[in-house]
Design a protein around this ligand. Structure first.
Ligand code: SAM
Ligand code: SF4
Length: 336
């Protein structure tokens, strides 16, 4: 008999698990990491592939159907393709995707494809070399662009570009990035800048809102027409250019929070379960995985975590509490 689905006290059914496989990264985006003195979790504290696979198999019995592998930068995790192969063959997983900064894609796009990966989001805010350096503090854009070309040639489906929308910074990049995406058949996903940065730089005035980007693209390229998403619980609002060439998505977590439809759980690289990106509470899966606990004990922990899920992140309320920088830093997990 199938187990009860993971329903929280607000009636939201959870079928989507995001797995961070490392907190390390090979670049230093200013809205995510500090430039220096980054503290990383000890390697022995990071879940190994057996532990991740066991957790996913248990999660599938509770109705998890979609997985996204993320980080930190997932491609710096050694032998990631081995994990991808193991996850892609778990019965019940209907969708497996990866979010990456793309720097290592020139060498890893093919092994990951070979291992069963088909969907990829590549983080790219600009196609301008100087601006990429300014944002990421690394001169690596040529590798990301080469990696995207490799993904295109290999036949990855629906390649998406994650662009973080920071006001007074990325406005000049919006149109060139959208044109590049249209020419290559990629979809840009603008993610409103969220209070996740390790240096507490965020405030509302620095968020470039989805509506502002829609206006720029409509004026400079072609009007954007909303398209219904087949999955109404997906966080992005989707639009199509009115000339029929290409799509754009917006993860407008600040101006249009989607908490009411949230179907996600997150497993941190060091084995903590979180019901929200902004959660400050978490449940310790790793200790159970490393202490011969039964599957039933792990199921009980997952159910407890989901049952305690809050209504939403309250970024727009005076009650909002940004997770402390050290907390974000320790167990990095991105929004998309
Ligand atoms: N390293 C990978 C990457 O950059 O795609 C995966 C992890 S990263 C934390 C996941 C996503 O989070 C990135 O694609 C980026 O677009 C987004 N992101 C990072 N910092 C953000 C912030 N402060 N606000 C909004 N989105 C952010
Ligand atoms: Fe690294 Fe991704 Fe954070 Fe940029 S957003 S510093 S690529 S983990």
């Amino acid at each position: 008999m199938a187990a009860r689905p993971l329903v929280d006290s607000w009636g939201r059914v959870h079928d989507n698990l995001r797995i961070s496989v490392t907190d390390r990264c090979n670049i230093r985006c200013f809205y995510c990491m500090p430039e220096t003195d980054v503290h990383f979790v000890r390697r022995s504290e990071i879940l190994d592939f057996e532990e991740i696979e066991r957790f996913v198999r248990i999660a599938v019995t509770l109705g998890i159907r979609k997985l996204r592998v993320t980080g930190g930068e997932p491609l710096v995790r050694r032998d990631l393709a081995v994990l991808i192969r193991r996850l892609s063959t778990i019965p019940g997983i209907e969708d497996l995707a990866l979010t990456t900064n793309g720097v290592l894609l020139p060498q890893l796009a093919a092994p990951l494809y070979e291992a069963g990966l088909r969907r990829i989001n590549v983080h790219l805010d600009t196609i301008d070399r100087a601006r990429f350096l300014e944002i990421t503090r690394r001169d690596e854009i040529h590798k990301v662009l080469a990696g995207l070309e490799a993904c295109k040639q290999l036949g990855y489906s629906k390649i998406k570009l994650n662009a973080v929308a920071v006001k007074h910074l990325v406005e000049p990049d919006i149109v060139p990035l959208a044109r590049y995406a249209r020419e290559n058949g990629f979809e840009v996903r603008y993610i409103e800048f969220m209070p996740l940065d390790a240096q507490n730089l965020w405030d509302r005035s620095k968020v470039l809102l989805a509506d502002e980007i829609i206006a720029i693209l409509g004026r400079e390229i072609a009007p954007l027409v909303p398209v219904p998403d087949p999955d109404p619980r997906a966080p992005a609002s989707e639009y199509q250019f009115s000339d029929g060439i290409g799509r754009v998505g917006f993860i407008a977590s600040v101006s249009r929070p989607f908490c009411l439809n949230c179907n996600r759980l997150r497993l941190t690289a060091d084995g903590k379960l979180r019901y929200c990106l902004f959660a400050v509470e978490e449940d310790d899966v790793k200790t159970l995985l490393r202490s011969d606990a039964s599957d039933e004990a792990i199921v009980a922990l997952v159910r407890r975590n989901v049952a305690g899920k809050w209504e939403g992140h309250e970024i727009n309320s005076t009650r909002f509490v940004a997770p402390p920088a050290a907390h974000v830093l320790d167990r990095r997990l991105g929004p998309a």
